[in-house]
Design a protein around this ligand. Structure first.
Ligand code: TXE
Length: 488
């Protein structure tokens, strides 16, 4: 058990109230840490620190090369401690160790990607009348409030911090109150890498109060949020206080579409991985499996046969493929959807309950669950469950598949399985989603833009697109004439 402090203005501090929150391993309930439970006042002080570092500190004068070097240093520091980070991530949020290892490596790569990009930020000159010179300057947007969820705690820190720092912003990042530990360990590395005080502040605490202050404060220039759509809407409302810039990465109810001409075994694997990786606690999870009628039964049977290979257990136990859900409350929410699915008349073909076994009794485990014969109008086909629950929906033909796939308020991700590349691309072009795959599901890259259509969010993270959210654009017009304009 470790007692943590939070990192604000280059110092390790407690919450002003002295309050702390217990952090427990979701696989067995073991107390692993205590962290400060900050309030609105703590958040306001952290914002002041970020504001001072941006407005008065040396940060604005730091050149892009030095910002890039700091990010490279941080990437290296993470890699040196990859094992520590991966194990802590698994203990805090439950995911299997192999997935945490992947996330840690990806986080380091993300810091490195934006370290490289820091020196490539550039404006343009435009063709304007000959007696003028006009060019564009790109400048940091200012102080950022960054609010992240519990499903990819370290990786989300990287997605938020790396582009903000590359752009020259300062930031207050609030991890989820459920999973703050790797963010705090990251703060230790940020301090060791000698980022100037106040440039990155890691504030632990709940959404109510601390999170609201980041979204609301008129001293914050930009808020970046990843989380649920309901909370995202609140953040957007709060951000109107000073019309701050906003990016939102929200939920999804993503269609994974399997045509009869797909490679069958790959599609079975892809459907299961799309739905159950990270316990299904993934915004881009392929939680709606659309299957062409002619192979529908065969595919469902093949999935059900393979599900027992998804070994449940503590994420640190070798061979475990699915950990516990992040919290007891979240498991109850997911279970309530399983009850809804049964009541709606969908056919429960596997899972649907807590697993048996003494070693699993103390954790928030839930069996991988598949509902078949789901109708597009059912709630389990429309609402984000954010757990290991897959809804299988049969379809008749290509047109039918596209119609069902797009019949959602969300538009984050989508997958298509077919060996006919014309069909694959034809379908992808008609899907209203920001992240898409053909004959694979889930792999994405730091180089590529991440974000959704419709109510899955606004703006894009990652890649060259991701830095845009942290940059202002200034036009500079210079007169090349020496005489007055003589207008009056
Ligand atoms: O997330 P919240 P919750 C979805 C998923 C899940 C649902 C609820 O469907 O079941 O959201 O999960 C902070 N002002 N996703 O409640 O509330 C909070 O402290 C400012 C999708 O755990 O969205 C945390 O840091 N901040 C998702 C962050 O918001 C507030 C990932 C996310 O919490 C706040 C997680 C407020 N009023 C859940 N209220 C994805 N897109 O990946 C809370 N927060």
């Amino acid at each position: 058990m470790k007692n943590y402090e939070m990192y604000v203005n280059g110092k390790w501090i407690k919450a002003r109230s002295g309050a702390t929150r217990e952090i427990r391993d979701p696989a067995n309930g073991e107390l692993i840490a205590r962290v400060p439970e900050s309030t609105r006042e703590d958040a306001a002080a952290a914002i002041d620190a970020a504001r001072a570092a941006f407005d008065k500190g040396p940060w604005r004068a730091t050149n892009a090369q030095d910002r890039g070097k700091l990010l490279f240093k941080l990437a290296d520091a993470i890699r040196k401690e990859a094992k520590i980070f991966a194990e802590l991530e698994t203990r805090n949020c439950g995911k299997p160790l192999a997935e945490s290892e992947f996330d840690v490596a990806d986080a380091a790569n993300c810091f490195e990607f934006y370290g490289g990009l820091a020196t490539k930020i550039h404006g343009e000159t435009m063709q304007v009348p000959a007696n003028s010179l006009s060019f564009v300057l790109r400048e940091p947007v200012g102080v950022c409030g960054q609010i992240i969820p519990w499903n990819y705690p370290l990786l989300m820190c990287a997605w938020k911090l790396a582009p903000a720092i590359a752009a020259g912003c300062t930031t207050v990042l609030k991890p989820s109150e459920l999973t703050p530990l790797t963010a705090l360990e990251l703060a230790r590395l940020i301090e060791a890498c000698e980022f100037p005080a106040g440039v990155i502040n890691i504030l632990t605490g709940p959404g109510a109060g601390a999170g609201e202050e980041l979204a609301m404060s008129s001293k914050v220039d930009k808020v970046a949020f990843t989380g649920g759509t309901v909370t995202g809407r609140k953040v957007m409302e709060s951000a109107t206080s000073n019309l701050k810039k906003i990016s939102l990465e929200l939920g999804g109810k993503n269609p994974n579409i399997v045509f009869a001409d797909a490679d069958f075994e790959s599609a079975v694997d892809g459907a299961l991985f799309g739905a159950f990786a990270n316990q299904g606690e993934v915004c881009s999870a392929g939680s709606r499996l659309l299957v062409e009628e002619s192979i529908h039964r065969k595919l469902v049977d093949a999935m059900v046969k393979k599900v027992p290979r998804i070994k449940l257990g503590h994420g640190l136990t070798p061979g475990v493929k699915m950990g516990p859900l992040v919290s007891a409350a979240h498991r109850e929410k997911v279970e309530s959807y399983i009850r809804i699915g049964v009541q709606e008349g969908a056919k429960l073909v596997c899972g649907g309950k807590r697993p048996e076994g003494k070693d699993l009794a103390g954790g928030n485990f839930l069996e991988p669950t598949i509902f078949d014969d789901v109708k597009p109008a059912m709630r389990i086909a429309r609402e984000e469950i954010f757990g290991p629950v897959l809804s299988v929906i049969p379809f008749k033909n290509e047109e039918d598949a596209i119609r069902i796939a797009n019949d959602s308020e969300y538009g984050l991700a989508a997958g298509v399985w077919t060996l006919n590349i014309n069909r694959g691309l034809r379908v992808i072009k008609q899907l209203r989603a920001g992240i898409t795959w053909i004959n694979t599901y889930h792999p994405t890259f730091n180089e590529m833009p991440w974000g959704g259509y419709k109510q899955s969010g606004t703006g894009r993270e990652l890649g060259l697109y991701g830095i845009e959210a942290y940059l202002e654009t200034k036009q500079v017009n210079v007169s090349l004439d020496e005489a007055p304009i003589g207008w009056y």
